[in-house]
Design a protein around this ligand. Structure first.
Ligand code: TXA
Ligand code: MG
Length: 330
C-alpha cells in the first residue's frame, strides 16, 4: 500500500477540474468524488454507482469558511456542531444556497456538507479549493469501502484515480444531522452519538417528523449474500440448519469459533468493543461475501448507544431498515 503523495493529489485535482471522478479516503469510508459545481461531473457519479437521481450527495469542503458558497443559512445549532465536530465524521444538512445544483441535492431545498478530517482528504480538498460531491465509493446499496482495494473491487478501472489513504479509521459512514431552522434531527447514526449531538445542539426533534430522503430503500450497506442477525442463543441451531443442507455458512461471531463447528462454517470473530467492531465491519462482511456461503449470520451485538451505528447498518444490511432513521444510505 502506498499512501497518496503530493503527485497523486496533483493528478486528482487535475481530474476533478477536468470533470472526472476521483475516489479518496476519509476517516469514515472512501468517497467517490466529483467537482460539486460541475453538473455533468456529478451526474457521472450517479451513472457509475447505479444510484437513483433523487438521492442527494454530500458536499465535502476543507474548511467551514467555505460554507456560504453552499448553505444560504447556518442555524445556530449547526454552528455549534461544526465548531465541535469539524473536521470529523459529521454531515450537516443545511438550507442550500441558490448556487447549489439540484443534481447534488436530488431536487431538495437542503444540502449535506461535511468537512472530513482524513489528512489525504484534507490535502485534496485544500488543493482543489472547491466542494467535492461524494457518496460512498460503492455500487448502489452495497457495502461501503474502507480500503482503496475495496474501491477497486467495486469499480475496477472505471475510476481512474483511487487515492490510497490506508484503512478508514472509523469504518462506518458519518453521523447525519439536519439543521434546517425547525429543530435538530438525527438522520443517520454514526461514530458521533445522539447524546454527543444533544450535548452540543440541545434536545433533538424526532427524526420521524422529518421529510424522508426520497428514494430510500430498505436494503442498504448489504453484502450480496443474504444476511441475518441472529441472537447468541439461537446461533448454533441456525448454523446447523443451514450447514446440514450441505451449504456453506458465514458467521460473524462475538467470540472465537466453537471447536466442534461444522466444516462448512466460515467463522470470523468480531472485535468485542463497539469502535473496533465498526472499524472492521465492512471488511469482514466483504470477506464473508467472497467465501461462497449461502448465508451470512451475524451474532446480534449489544444494544447500548455506542453500538447504535453498528446496529443501524446491520439492520439495513438484512433489510430490516434503520430504527427511526430517515436518511437513506447509498
Ligand atoms: O461518511 C460519509 O458520510 C461518506 C463519506 C464519503 O463522506 N459519505 C456517504 O455518502 O456515506 P452517501 O451518499 O453514501 O450517503 C449520504 C446520505 C444519503 O443517504 C443521502 O440521502 C443523505 O446522506 N443526504 C445527503 N444530502 C441530503 C439532504 N440534503 N437531505 C437529506 N439527506 C441527505
Ligand atoms: Mg453510501
Amino acid at each position: 500500500m502506498t499512501i497518496a503523495g503530493l503527485e497523486d493529489i496533483g493528478a486528482a485535482v487535475a481530474t476533478l477540474r477536468a470533470g472526472g471522478l476521483v475516489a479518496f479516503p476519509t476517516e469514515t469510508v472512501y468517497g467517490l468524488g466529483a467537482n460539486a459545481a460541475d453538473r455533468a461531473a456529478v451526474a457521472k457519479i450517479f451513472a457509475l454507482k447505479g444510484r437513483p437521481s433523487d438521492h442527494p450527495v454530500i458536499v465535502h469542503i476543507d474548511d467551514p469558511r467555505r460554507l456560504p458558497r453552499w448553505a444560504r443559512e447556518v442555524p445556530e445549532p449547526a454552528r455549534a456542531l461544526a465548531a465541535r465536530f469539524w473536521p470529523g465524521p459529521l454531515t450537516l444538512i443545511l438550507p442550500k444556497s441558490d448556487e447549489v445544483d439540484e443534481v447534488v441535492t436530488g431536487g431538495q431545498d437542503s444540502v449535506g456538507i461535511r468537512v472530513p478530517s482524513h489528512p489525504v482528504a484534507q490535502r485534496l480538498l485544500r488543493a482543489f479549493g472547491g466542494g467535492v460531491a461524494a457518496p460512498s465509493a460503492n455500487r448502489y446499496g452495497h457495502l461501503s469501502p474502507t480500503r482503496a482495494a475495496h474501491v477497486r473491487e467495486e469499480f475496477g478501472d472505471a475510476v481512474p484515480i483511487v487515492l490510497d489513504g490506508g484503512e478508514s479509521q472509523i469504518g462506518l459512514e458519518s453521523t447525519i444531522v439536519a439543521c434546517l431552522g425547525d429543530g435538530v434531527r438525527l438522520l443517520r447514526p454514526g461514530h458521533i452519538t445522539r447524546s454527543q449531538i444533544a450535548a452540543v445542539a440541545g434536545e433533538l426533534v424526532e427524526a420521524g417528523e422529518a421529510p424522508r430522503a426520497p428514494g430510500d430503500r430498505s436494503l442498504h450497506y448489504a453484502p450480496r449474500t443474504p444476511l441475518e442477525l441472529v441472537p447468541a442463543p439461537l446461533l448454533a441451531s441456525r448454523i446447523a440448519s443451514i450447514a446440514t443442507h450441505g451449504e456453506r455458512v458465514g458467521v460473524l461471531g462475538r467470540g472465537p469459533a466453537p471447536p466442534d463447528r461444522h466444516p462448512g462454517v466460515v467463522w470470523l470473530e468480531a472485535a468485542a468493543e463497539a469502535q473496533a467492531y465498526a472499524h472492521d465491519l465492512y471488511d469482514r462482511l466483504r470477506t464473508l461475501d467472497h467465501a461462497g456461503c449461502a448465508r451470512i449470520l451475524v451474532e446480534t451485538p449489544p444494544r447500548d448507544e455506542s453500538w447504535s451505528a453498528v446496529n443501524d447498518r446491520l439492520r439495513r444490511a438484512c433489510g430490516l431498515g434503520g430504527r427511526a432513521i430517515e436518511a437513506g444510505a447509498d
